[in-house]
Design a protein around this ligand. Structure first.
Ligand code: LLP
Length: 415
């Protein structure tokens, strides 16, 4: 991102999320092109970054949306995603959510259990509708990623086994209120190896062939999300190799290929900019205390995730002094937990109050996982488009944080 960080942080303050919309465009187009010659839909996984401007930008390029709550469905619709490009997934949908999704007539509901299917059938019946559904198959494949983001093994809570899926399709086919149009799997996130994707695609494509043989015609073959990105030095899967594996598995099947990337589109399009507050040393161990914290970006605390951290020094200094050399430091936030860190033993030059640190690859699962822990207001979000900056979410205020508490009747506590 070519930007003047000094003026941006003066304008918007810190901590600050910056998103490079041109990078998002490049990423989207690269993936879309890899599907060339095949019917396809890229349904952006809204959970990665659900800012309306982000969704709108992708929708304007033709993207759909993969949503895991009715809130995300509403975000997608508000941002202008066409309803027939929206999928509603997730292991635990409430009746109200099912009802609303059916009323909004989205592409399909992705089901994760037999019990959920019966529930959807009931709600559809009450509404006098036919629910378009897909079933999430758990192909029992080890995706070789972090256990917290691995989802395609039988030990994980997601989806149903092949046999169960088959029984569900047969049931749905007979039901007057269910229309089985899709099949889905998602084996995990931050995938960097192709083989698990190949294996899972083959298993699920075979199921589609079996279903065809009994007259159940699947139209959408949804491979989920999961494409990994470079945080440090990972070797990632190139989009053409990814789609080739999917083409291969689905050869001869007349299906629309669907995928649900989140991280791939967003991670490296975003960064979190934070201000240095203090340097300190505890028995020889160097700490750099910054004004962002685990409530802003929880990935390092939660997954021990690596994010590249770059120093941008603001003040004038004498260059070339011995003391200018990089020394390892833990970059930590102000929250009262030892887990509140962004990086350990990061090589950084001497820093002063108001220098900036850029925490890279923070565009996915950054802001969406932010919280108000320690009554910290969530950061502002800014889009960078062709070098120009546009605020896409204002910084939260203390008043925003307490508004729902003050809106309650508090007279019971007043003497
Ligand atoms: N589709 C389904 C059904 C999913 O569960 C997910 C992510 C995606 C698509 C998008 O996956 P992606 O393309 O972004 O890998 N908070 C974690 C990641 C959790 C991913 C959950 N599911 C992190 O910060 O690494």
């Amino acid at each position: 991102m070519k930007i003047d960080l000094k003026s941006l942080t003066q304008k918007y303050d810190t901590p600050l999320y910056l998103y490079d919309f041109d990078e998002m465009t490049t990423r989207y187009e690269e993936l879309k092109e890899a599907f060339e010659g095949h019917k396809s839909l890229i349904s952006y996984a809204v959970k990665a970054n659900s800012n309306l401007a982000v969704i709108r930008h992708l929708a304007q390029m033709g993207a759909g949306a993969d949503c895991v709550s009715i809130g995300e469905v509403k975000r997608a619709l508000t941002a202008g995603v066409e309803r027939y490009k929206i999928i509603f997934s997730g292991v635990g949908k409430r009746d109200e959510e099912i009802e609303e999704a059916l009323k909004r007539d989205i592409l399909m509901l992705n089901l994760e259990s037999e019990a959920e299917m019966k529930r959807v059938e009931l709600v559809a019946k009450e509404l006098g509708k036919e629910a378009r559904i897909s079933i999430r198959v758990n192909p029992n494949i080890d995706p070789k990623t972090h256990p917290y983001i691995s989802t395609g093994l039988h030990e994980n809570k997601f989806g149903v086994e092949i046999d169960m899926a088959k029984r569900m399709y047969i049931y749905a086919k007979k039901s007057a209120h269910l229309n089985p149009v899709g099949i889905h799997f998602h084996i995990g996130s931050q995938l960097t190896e192709l083989d698990p994707i190949r294996e899972a695609s083959m298993i699920v494509a075979d199921l589609v062939r079996n279903l065809r043989a009994i007259d159940i015609d699947i139209k959408f073959f949804d491979v989920g999300g999961g494409l990994g990105v470079v945080y440090k030095d990972e070797t990632t899967i190139c989009p053409r190799d990814y789609t080739e594996v999917i083409f291969e598995a689905t050869r001869g099947l007349d299906v629309t290929l669907l995928c649900e990337p989140g991280r791939y589109l967003m991670a490296n399009a975003g960064e979190l900019v934070t201000r240095v507050l203090y340097e300190k040393e505890n028995a020889g161990k160097r700490f750099v205390v910054v004004d962002a914290a685990m409530n802003d970006l929880i990935r390092p605390s939660l997954y021990d995730a690596y994010h590249n951290i770059e120093a941008v020094r603001m003040g004038k200094r004498d260059a070339g002094k011995a003391s200018e050399k990089n020394v390892p430091a833990d970059v930590v936030g102000p929250i009262c937990e030892s887990g509140d860190f962004f990086g350990k033993n990061v090589n950084l030059p001497p820093l002063e109050h108001d220098d900036l640190l850029v925490i890279h690859s923070a565009g996915a699962y950054g802001f969406t996982m932010a919280s108000n822990y320690n009554t910290r207001s969530r950061a502002a979000e800014v889009a960078i488009v062709g070098g120009a900056d546009h605020c896409i979410r204002k910084r939260e205020s203390f008043e925003d944080q307490v508004a729902l508490e003050l809106a309650c009747d508090n007279s019971w506590q007043k003497k």
